[in-house]
Design a protein around this ligand. Sequence first.
Ligand code: SAM
Length: 327
Amino acid sequence: MKITPIEELFTVVNETATLIQEEMNCTYLEALAETGENLFQQSVIQGELSELTKKRLKKSYESIHLGKFSKEEIRKSFQLAILKGMKESVQPNHQMTPDTIGMLIGYLLKKFIKDNNYRLLDPAVGTGNLLTAAINQEPEKTVEGIGVEIDDLLIKLAYISANLQEHPIQFFNQDSLEPLFIEPVDAVISDLPVGYYPNDVRAADYDLKVDEGHTYAHHLFIEQSIRHVKPSGYLFFVIPNSLFESEQSKKLHEYLNKNVYIQGVIQLPLSMFKNKDAGKSILILQKKSDDIKPPKQVLLVNMPSLSNTGGVENIVTKIDHWIKENK
Ligand code: SAM
């Protein structure tokens, strides 16, 4: 049976990661980061491995030529391995953004952003899956990516995956709600971490800080992103469906009204999530500037399940029509 390029690359990545995991006695994800780095450097950089293991690893790496794989094949095989590693140690707020969302956000970037050269920030970049899936959809453009992530293992996986895909993305390993030392960007995409932000002192620096108790991190991420996008720049967030219904949402409404024009909300199919309460949407914003007007109408659509091809086509036509009318 003929195996696909993704299976071929995954097999090498998986076998070598397992070898490293066994010998270094680390987690699969840590071993994956090591094997990714080896693949990129085309050598075994871990001195502590036995000569026999080093030989076996080298042989596996030499059996594939990265140059023959497309960026998407590399991203997907690495993604499969990350998913395998994440099953071993599940952390709910670390979940990788699924491809369907990456595709949809990539499509929206293509439709909203006309420049051939632009700067794109993901302040919760995680494994980089969303950011690279989106960038890979516009191969004809030069997209300068910037990713920020607090978890050092996830950002390591993100930068290794970006290296293998040959994306010149700049990564910052820090809390995104601390000051960010980056030049203003043209657009932001992010699958926001949802929950309370425990650092009230830091939160005090934001208009969205609540008077009592902890502020929602996802609200602060929205404010921080708006601060760092240029006037007229676009922002695309994966948000919980309940964003505008929480007890902290009044402040968020006021803040958004003052600083951005809401462009649209695309509700993702509920079948993608474990239960109704976990449902998510994509919120599209444009930062205000003197040169732009609000849309005539906010784009409000419910994405059907992706297996419903007719339904998806209808929605895509609706989005295309909205863009023609408003952009
Ligand atoms: N889009 C990512 C991907 O494809 O892998 C997944 C994003 S995940 C839903 C949210 C991410 O936000 C997690 O990786 C988490 O570690 C990160 N995060 C949470 N709080 C953060 C903070 N204060 N600063 C930076 N990153 C944070």
